[in-house]
Design a protein around this ligand. Structure first.
Ligand code: UTP
Length: 307
């Protein structure tokens, strides 16, 4: 395998945010799913911060209709900042300033129709050009002292090529995820022999699933450009990635940290509980509220909301 260009630095990240977010309707009728907050910041800001920590310099959003709030969120907000300054609210001011995109580093491209994740990524091809890049799905959050993408870049600096973040799922759930066919496995890094999108549990080659973090080589665009539809009639990123196997190094990283799938309501609520419990200011109160709710449930399972 040639590796002349496989360890070039990863400077660019793609954030596909053009989906319809149907699982959260009606909340997402006009508001982007990626603006839903986990604790004090929207999903998109969590992944922006993770990318920034990993050394990403260029932030590429693949957006669509009704998604303008996403770019607004990262802009300078003079009135807000002036007011916070005047009121001496330095903590809040710092939080607001920390959510600002560095000048000239946010790039937008549109996906006119939500034809699938693979198609969304393909829409960023001109902005990526001929260099390796990261993809972060705001649906997936990983909570750990070293961010998930930063862990992946460490692995990339050793192995080069392509890296996906993976975790084990219960076998009955393989039909919801991209699943690995694995070769060597040292418990941390696995070499990938094949990839299959949403296999039936009985057909799944393993139970290692891909979460929404990728470091990929630009050759993936050649395969995406074919517009082949896969599982669910969508243009699947997994299918294009699978074609790189054997041509370039391809590894899965069992990342460290707690993974939250925030793309559905249950995972979203659980993530809010977890990030709430970990919060410096309200953490203790959130724990107390959870304990009280648990007591109420134990005492007879009353519907808390119906009281
Ligand atoms: P999802 O399938 O979880 O998002 O895609 P969705 O389609 O918006 O959600 P539901 O299933 O209808 O509730 C994961 C990520 O990929 C983006 C989404 O915006 C989301 O951040 N995506 C998905 C696109 O940008 N374009 C697509 O065609 C599909």
């Amino acid at each position: 395998m040639s590796s002349t260009h496989h360890k070039r630095r990863v400077r660019k990240a793609v954030f596909p945010v053009a989906g319809l977010g149907t699982r959260f309707l009606p909340a997402t009728k006009v508001m982007p799913k990626e603006m839903l907050p986990i604790n004090d910041r929207p999903l998109i800001q969590h992944v922006f911060e993770e990318a920034r920590e990993a050394g990403i310099e260029d932030f590429i959003f693949v957006t669509g209709r009704h998604k303008e709030l996403l770019e607004e969120h990262f802009d300078y907000q003079p009135e807000l900042e002036d007011t916070l300054k005047a009121r001496g609210k330095t903590d809040m001011l710092e939080k607001v300033q920390d959510s600002e995109m560095p000048a000239g580093r946010l790039f937008l491209t549109r996906q006119p129709r939500p034809l699938g994740l693979g198609h969304a990524v393909w829409c960023a091809r001109e902005l990526i050009g001929d260099e390796p890049f990261a993809i972060l799905l705001p649906d997936d959050l990983v909570n750990y002292k070293q961010g998930c993408l930063s862990q992946m870049i460490d692995a990339y600096n050793v192995h080069g090529g392509n890296i996906v973040a993976v975790k084990d799922v219960p076998r009955p759930e393989t039909n919801k995820y991209g699943i690995l066919n694995i070769g060597q496995d040292d418990g941390h890094i696995v070499s990938v022999k094949g990839l299959v999108e949403k296999p039936k549990p009985e057909d799944a080659p393993s139970t290692l699933s891909i979460i929404g973090r990728y470091v990929l080589q630009p050759e993936v665009f050649d395969h995406l450009a074919v517009f082949e539809t896969g599982a669910g009639g969508e243009i699947q990123l997994t299918d294009a990635m699978a074609k790189l196997i054997g041509q370039q190094p391809f590894h899965g990283l069992r990342f460290k940290g707690d993974h939250h799938d925030c793309g559905g309501r249950l995972g979203f609520i659980k993530a809010n509980l977890a990030y709430g419990m970990a919060d410096k200011e309200i953490g203790a109160a959130v724990r107390q509220a959870i304990l009280e709710a648990a007591e109420t449930i134990k005492a007879g399972g009353r519907d808390v909301a119906a009281e």
